[in-house]
Ligand binder design. Sequence first.
Ligand code: SAH
Length: 311
Amino acid sequence: MTAGSSARRWLELAVTCDSEAAEPVSELFAAHGFNRGVAIEEGFTQDPDGDNFAVDPTGPVVVRTFLNAADVAPGTIDDIRQALWHLGRLRSISDLSVAERAEEDWANAWKEHYSVHRVGRRVLVKAPWHVYEPAPDEIIVELDPGMAFGTGLHPSTQLAMIAMEDEFRLGDRVLDVGTGSGVLATAAALLGASVVDGVDIEPVAVRAAQENADRNGVGSIVRIERGSVGDGEPFQGEYDLVVANIIARILIEFALGLARRVRAGGTLVLGGIIDVKESAVRDAFNEVGLTLERREEREDWVSLILRKPAS
Ligand code: SAH
């Protein structure tokens, strides 16, 4: 990268706090515009002679978030500091650490801090360079975060993952539309899907998703193809569970194509919906005959769980 003045700069904010304060601290970050992804890094115990980590549920956590520096309004950091001070009267909260990073550092900063993260209820995502001993019901998806969208840190991925875990039945046939890094597809296979098909319009995602499925030992269950739903779609079967974490505009555009891939009585999980677009997405899927089962929200993001009526 050239050392030009146009390089984007990122602000990284981090606070160490007790685990009960993690939620209010991340809400505070989000309320001040740091809502593009907040990572709550659980504390880890490390065995003395190795690289072997386990989550320490009682230990402190680090709440970390990044934002394009140009999007941070003047005074925001002072306001956050002040609010943290108030929160700190009730809970144990460290001083706010603020670091400015050039875009070149971004990938490295990410790598440094990206270790093991809870993404769903049982599903955790971990970087290949960490060794982690899962609890009996935990499912670990190993992802190389450098590759394609979908490190599992984005609230919309987390909402989609949780909804998928809730709706999933052992042996389900699953379709993941807009698979990105394949985080949802790989998790579905590890949960016990019989078939997982994934599509993405980006060749880099297709490669990354298949590699990630392979590295997690589920390459024979997960098939990733370039494409989408609708015209020229690579997969034309019907699925028990279809997951699409894309963006509202695309979901609306592909409503009919998505609905067609759901079997009668099956479920469609939609993520990536920014709150102001929720009603438009609901209308579009209502029109193609799906019934809203429930909705979930996190920060500004909404997921919808829809059912195709049994015929
Ligand atoms: N499923 C991952 C990634 C979501 S990002 C996760 O939940 O984290 C959305 C992905 O959808 C991107 O990889 C993008 O390339 C892909 N995408 C965008 N439009 C699409 C379309 N019309 N059909 C299929 N994939 C699409």
